[in-house]
Design a protein around this ligand. Structure first.
Ligand SMILES: [Zn+2]
Length: 347
C-alpha cells in the first residue's frame, strides 16, 4: 500500500513533521534490513564429521556476464491474511520444530510462485566451520541461515513466496534421542533430517529449490565457489541451467565486490556420492536432497528443479571473512535471488 500523501497546509510544521516521520520509518526499515541476521550462534560442543568433498585442481570455467544484479524494492507490511505460517508436512519422522518449514508471503506484489530455500545444517548439526582473519569462529549453519534470509528478503520483495526449511538455529524435525550421538545426529538422524527438508519442499509445491552450504578443506589455501546439480532427474536440464545461473551470479557478485573467490564451476552429482556418511548413502550416488527415488532410502524425492551451492570455503580465512560479514551475506543472497528469478522467468 502506498503511504498516505502529505496534505499541503498553511502550517509548514505539519509537512516537516510528516517528512520527519517518513524519514525515521525509512531509517527503521534500513536498520531492520541489515540487522542481526548474521549474528553468531552459541558454539556447539563439537563439529560433525563433515560431508563436503573438495575437488581440487580443476580449471575454473570462464563466465562472460553482462547482466546487472536486480534492484530490489523496499518492503511493505503484508496484509494479516498473508502472514508467515508453518506448512503442514506429512510423512516425516517427527513433528516440525518451531520456525521450520515456514512459508513467507511476498512483501510486494504476488507472482503466485514459490521458491524453497534450504539453509544447510542447523540445530544439532553445525556443519563445517572455519575462522575469519581475525580469529572468529564461524559455523556453516550460521552463515547458511544468514544468506538464506537475505535471499528470502529479496525474493519476497520481488513478489515470490519463499518457503524456508528453517528460520532459526534449529533442526527441521524433532527426532528421538536414538537419532543422536551426544549432541550430534547419527547418520540415520542426518538422513531423516534431510528427508524432512525434501518433504517440506514438496509440501510447499515450490517451483525450484536451492540448498545453501559452505565448503571446507584441510588445506586452508583452497577456496572457491561451486554449485552441484543432478542430471539424472526428469528435470535434469533445468537443474544444470539453474546451477550455471547460480554459479555465474555468485561469481559476478564476488567480482563486483572486489573479492577474489576462485570459480570452481558447476558439477553434476549424478555419478558422485556427495560425501555420503554411510555405505548405503555411498551406493545411492546422489545428493539426497536433489537425487532420484530409491525405495527405502529416498521414497519421496524432491519434485522440482534444484541445486546445492557452496559459495565459499569457510576453511580459507579470506572467504570466511566474506561468509561472516553482513555485506558478504547480502551479496550472496542477492546473487541467489537474481539467479532464481532469471531461472523462473524462462522456465
Ligand atoms: Zn554443508
Amino acid at each position: 500500500m502506498a503511504p498516505q500523501s502529505v496534505r499541503v497546509t498553511t502550517r509548514g510544521y505539519a509537512v516537516v513533521g510528516a517528512l520527519a516521520v517518513v524519514l525515521l520509518l525509512g531509517l527503521g526499515l534500513v536498520v531492520k534490513a541489515f540487522g542481526s541476521d548474521g549474528g553468531q550462534q552459541p558454539a556447539p560442543q563439537a563439529t560433525s564429521g563433515h560431508h563436503h568433498t573438495a575437488i581440487i585442481g580443476k580449471a575454473p570455467p570462464q563466465h562472460h556476464l553482462k547482466k546487472a544484479p536486480p534492484q530490489h524494492q523496499a518492503t511493505s507490511t503484508p496484509p494479516p491474511s498473508a502472514r508467515p505460517h508453518q506448512l503442514h508436512v506429512t510423512g516425516i519422522a517427527g513433528p516440525l520444530t518451531p520456525g521450520s518449514c515456514l512459508s513467507l508471503p511476498p512483501t510486494h506484489g504476488d507472482r503466485s510462485q514459490t521458491v524453497f530455500l534450504d539453509p544447510g545444517h542447523g540445530g544439532h548439526d553445525p556443519g563445517t566451520s572455519g575462522t575469519t582473519s581475525n580469529g572468529t569462529l564461524l559455523y556453516e549453519k550460521t552463515a547458511t541461515l544468514a544468506v538464506a534470509k537475505q535471499a528470502s528478503k529479496a525474493l519476497r520483495a520481488d513478489g515470490y513466496t519463499v518457503v524456508m526449511s528453517r528460520t532459526r538455529d534449529s533442526d527441521v524435525v524433532k527426532l528421538p534421542p536414538s537419532d543422536f550421538t551426544g549432541s550430534l545426529f547419527t547418520p540415520h538422524g542426518d538422513h531423516l533430517e534431510i528427508l524432512s527438508r525434501i518433504a517440506c519442499a514438496n509440501a510447499a509445491h515450490a517451483s525450484v529449490l536451492v540448498s545453501i552450504h559452505f565448503n571446507s578443506f584441510p588445506d586452508t589455501a583452497v577456496g572457491g565457489a561451486e554449485t552441484y546439480y543432478d542430471t539424472s532427474r526428469s528435470f535434469g536440464k533445468s537443474n544444470k541451467r539453474l546451477a550455471q545461473l547460480v554459479q555465474a551470479d555468485l561469481m559476478m557478485g564476488f567480482q563486483a565486490a572486489g573479492w577474489a573467490v576462485p570459480d570452481r564451476g558447476t558439477a553434476s552429482q549424478t555419478d558422485q556420492s556427495g560425501g555420503a556418511l554411510t555405505a548405503e548413502g555411498e551406493s545411492y550416488g546422489h545428493l539426497l536432497l536433489l537425487g532420484p527415488h530409491k525405495a527405502g532410502w529416498n521414497d519421496h524425492p524432491s519434485t522440482m528443479p534444484g541445486v546445492l551451492t557452496e559459495p565459499l570455503f569457510l576453511t580459507r580465512p579470506t572467504e570466511a571473512d566474506i561468509a561472516a560479514s553482513p555485506q558478504g551475506q547480502h551479496v550472496m543472497g542477492l546473487a541467489l535471488a537474481h539467479a532464481l528469478e532469471t531461472f523462473l522467468a524462462h522456465e
